[in-house]
Design a binder for this molecule. Structure first.
Ligand SMILES: [Zn+2]
Length: 327
């Protein structure tokens, strides 16, 4: 799956045009006793706009885009923060540097998550946020390992301009499987816990980051078919998760998307044109893809290609990756 992040962000900018730098985030400072000087409020506002968009996008699912900032000298020694509400000790904040306030605010927000870690390897970075206190640490490690194993390969193979900085968020409130938007992948905690072997969800979703064109550049079935073809081709353990491409039947169409389209792509790669999927992916990213692309790349229309496939769908050797085989 993939999500129209940029569209949502654009709507946010229109509705809060006076806060254009804030990605739709907005702060309301509540200082009824007028005990805090303007300079301090300005520092807090600036810290908010530097930190909150990061927090809100990482916190993900339906997190409030606006927050109240409340001064309270009794309740907390420095800063407490959650979605929509920041409580600041006015005595602590006086005279503190912008940098110090920002750091403290960031720390306060990370305490909302059950897990927060940042790892770097060979020029690639992964920030991992878990909002599920029951997430199996072993499963978490597998997701992280799969990222570092597969993502650099996908970047090098398909789009070396892709970000090297990715964010994984495991969320209990998110009920689908997983989705990518911008550099963030949102995973459903419920799905992961029920399907702990399905670690190549990482391969499918990180391919969406590499694709980078969302659903705007071509048909949805093509974008999703490419992501599942890539999972088939580059996945680390499709055998372990019992994931395979479904056999052809006459009711199918290339527009069925996902694994049905992916099997067609495997057939096309072996019988018509090796490298076709990577070329289509490039065209989509360059906004050069049209239905004519099939003709110019293969000499046949997409419907003609599907018809050929339907006549001889068994003429493809499928091989699935397995961790167990590698030992
Ligand atoms: Zn997808």
């Amino acid at each position: 799956m993939i999500k129209h992040f940029f569209t949502l962000a654009a709507i946010g900018l229109i509705s809060f045009s006076s806060f254009a730098q804030s990605n739709g985030c907005q702060i309301t400072i509540k200082d009824d006793q007028q005990a805090i000087e303007q300079k301090t409020k300005d520092k807090l506002s600036a810290a908010f706009y530097n930190v909150y968009p990061w927090f809100a996008s990482a916190d993900g699912y339906r997190t409030k885009r606006s927050a109240d900032l409340i001064f309270n000298s009794n309740e907390t020694t420095d800063i407490k923060a959650k979605a929509g509400e920041i409580i600041v000790n006015g005595d602590w904040v006086k005279g503190k540097s912008q940098k110090k306030i920002e750091k403290q605010l960031r720390n306060a927000f990370t305490k909302n998550w059950s897990g927060f870690s940042i790892q770097k390897k060979k020029g690639y970075k992964l920030t991992f946020i878990s909002k599920d206190p029951l997430l199996d640490p072993l499963l978490k490690q597998k997701l992280i390992d799969t990222y570092f194993e597969i993502y650099p390969t996908l970047v090098k193979t398909f789009n070396n301009k892709s970000t090297h900085n990715v964010l994984f968020v495991v969320d209990t409130a998110y009920k689908a499987v997983a989705e990518a938007s911008g550099n963030r992948i949102l995973f459903s905690a419920g799905y992961l816990n029920a399907h702990p072997t399905d670690i190549d969800v990482v391969t499918h979703e990180t391919m969406h980051i590499v694709q980078g064109y969302g659903y705007s550049a071509g048909p949805v079935w093509l974008t999703e078919g490419i992501a599942d073809y890539v999972r088939y081709q580059y996945g680390v353990d499709n055998v372990g998760s019992k994931w395979s491409l479904p056999a052809y039947n006459a009711k199918q169409s290339y527009q069925n998307s996902y694994r049905i389209t992916a099997r067609f792509f495997a057939w096309l790669e072996q019988n018509i044109k090796p490298g076709l999927v990577a070329t289509l992916d490039q065209q989509l990213r360059a906004h050069q893809y049209t239905e004519q692309s099939w003709n110019s790349l293969t000499g046949k229309s997409i419907d003609q290609l599907w018809e050929e496939y339907s006549k001889n769908p068994g003429q493809v050797k499928l091989k699935y990756s397995s961790k167990a085989e590698k030992g």
